[in-house]
Design a protein around this ligand. Structure first.
Ligand SMILES: Cc1cc2nc3c(=O)[nH]c(=O)nc-3n(C[C@H](O)[C@H](O)[C@H](O)COP(=O)(O)OP(=O)(O)OC[C@H]3O[C@@H](n4cnc5c(N)ncnc54)[C@H](O)[C@@H]3O)c2cc1C
Length: 413
């Protein structure tokens, strides 16, 4: 019987262990925490958005889209939904295409996975931090943990990325595996808040805590590269909210390549706010001062901070505005540009981009091309999707494929 060691008890490792055990292997899963699935419990605000009916390869940030295509072909959203439905988790659709468990509880998904692992006889070893992996001359593997050394014919590495390190994944897993001679693309936070440049800090001190609907666009070296619409949250050092998280992926890539990234914000996305709109507003009876002029357009804190950015004082009379001053108001409200200085730290990120290069893998099995018997699944790989269930989908799809391959391969001794 094939012995498979699964490294990491996140969704990718659990899916891999289930698939390997269903394929007839004797499976042991190693996890450093005192329990498995710690991060899974936090997903989707505790509701676990596990796939998306509109999965598109091109929305994944990676270094081999053809491999993603291949995996998604074998494991499309329907396959992941079926996998969980068979474990008692019917799907529920939100926002048109985002899929959650019907009970909207990540804990339900974890319970179902844990029950299946138990029923399949997977041995779960917790409190087992992995310190090193080596391949012996006969082709098998020895995995050293703080507890003991484990041996197996096959290994599935599903040690996660570096986001939210308190859940157990701190990026060290990818480094451990890279020591075997595999190429590691540098990690960076993704699906996270963005930090604005230092000089804008007075703006953020005044407007932090504000939540507004906004149209956002990301500009890299002066060219628009992405757009989002949705609730924008202003924080002490920059921007947050789902639409910002979505833009953090291309923004992070730009910053990694030392390109100039800027966020352009339209705080009046639902109004036809052209120059005539702003000029008309300045002669309305309610517009007694500039402070009153903005009343009802955006929250007051934001308006006062935008006025300061435009270099105008709140007590000024709108009727005395020069054309350039009116244009400055229009710009701040509909096309305010903020240079992006960086990404928030890993403790505020949902995932990390980067990881073990997909070019190292065989797309049909997710096995390492240069090391027979070593397979990969989940966030440890250089694959990052946007919000909306893309990342958990990748974990389940790649986990099922890697686990199945590890159990099926011929033993080379
Ligand atoms: C707050 C939050 C919300 C999210 N919401 C969603 C969502 O709704 N939808 C979505 O698609 N994605 C979401 N994600 C992303 C998703 O959680 C991850 O993509 C997913 O958990 C990655 O799974 P994984 O199994 O690859 O890694 P992980 O879940 O990180 O699991 C890896 C496991 O390996 C263990 N490990 C690491 N190093 C070692 C070691 N040296 N020795 C032993 N064990 C080790 C870790 O303790 C961990 O348990 C969210 C993430 C966060 C942080």
């Amino acid at each position: 019987m094939m012995n498979v060691l699964v490294l990491g008890g996140g969704p990718a490792g659990m899916a891999a262990a289930i698939a390997a055990a269903r394929g007839g292997a004797a499976v042991t899963l190693l996890e450093r925490n005192d329990r498995i699935g710690k991060k899974l419990l936090l997903t989707g605000n505790g509701k676990c958005n596990f796939t998306n009916l509109d999965l598109r390869t091109e929305r994944y940030d990676c270094d081999a889209p053809a491999l993603i295509e291949e995996v998604l072909e074998q494991f499309p959203p329907e396959a992941v939904m079926r996998f969980l439905e068979e474990l008692g988790i019917p799907p529920l659709t939100r926002h048109g295409t985002w899929i959650y468990p019907h009970a909207e509880q990540a804990a339900a998904v974890l319970n179902a996975l844990r029950t299946e692992l138990e029923q399949l006889g997977v041995k779960i070893v917790t409190d087992a931090r992995i310190l090193g992996i080596r391949q012996n001359q006969k082709g098998g593997f020895a995995v050293k943990t703080e507890k003991a050394e484990f041996r197996a014919d096959r290994v599935v590495a599903a040690l996660g990325g570096a986001a939210l390190p308190r859940t157990g994944s701190d990026g060290s897993g990818a480094e451990l595996v890279a020591r075997l001679g595999l190429k590691l693309q540098p990690l960076r936070p993704a699906l996270c808040p963005l930090r604005s440049a230092e000089r804008e800090n007075t703006f953020f001190r005044a407007s932090q805590g504000v939540r507004v609907p906004a149209a956002l666009s990301l500009w890299v070296d002066g060219k628009k590269v992405a757009e989002e619409n949705g609730e924008l949250q202003l924080t002490k050092e920059g921007f947050s909210g789902i639409s910002v998280f979505q833009l953090s992926l291309p923004a992070g890539r730009a910053l990694q390549h030392k390109q100039r990234a800027e966020l352009m914000l339209n705080f009046l996305p639902d109004l036809k706010a052209d120059l005539t709109f702003f000029a008309k507003r300045s002669v309305q009876p309610f517009a007694t001062t500039l402070e009153a002029y903005g009343n009802g357009l955006v929250p007051k804190n934001l308006w006062l901070a935008l006025l300061r950015r435009a270099g105008l004082s709140a007590g000024m009379s709108p009727t005395s505005l020069r054309k350039t001053e009116l244009a400055a108001i229009a710009e701040q409200l509909t096309a305010a540009r903020f240079p992006i200085q960086g990404l928030a730290a890993y403790d505020k990120a949902q995932v990390s981009a980067g990881g073990i290069s997909l070019r190292e893998l065989n797309p049909n099995t997710l096995g390492a091309k240069r090391m027979t018997g070593l397979y990969f699944a989940g966030e440890i790989l250089n694959v990052t999707g946007p919000c909306g269930g893309y990342n958990l989908h990748w974990c389940f799809a790649s986990g099922l494929l890697a686990g199945q391959s590890a159990a099926n391969d011929e033993v080379l001794r």
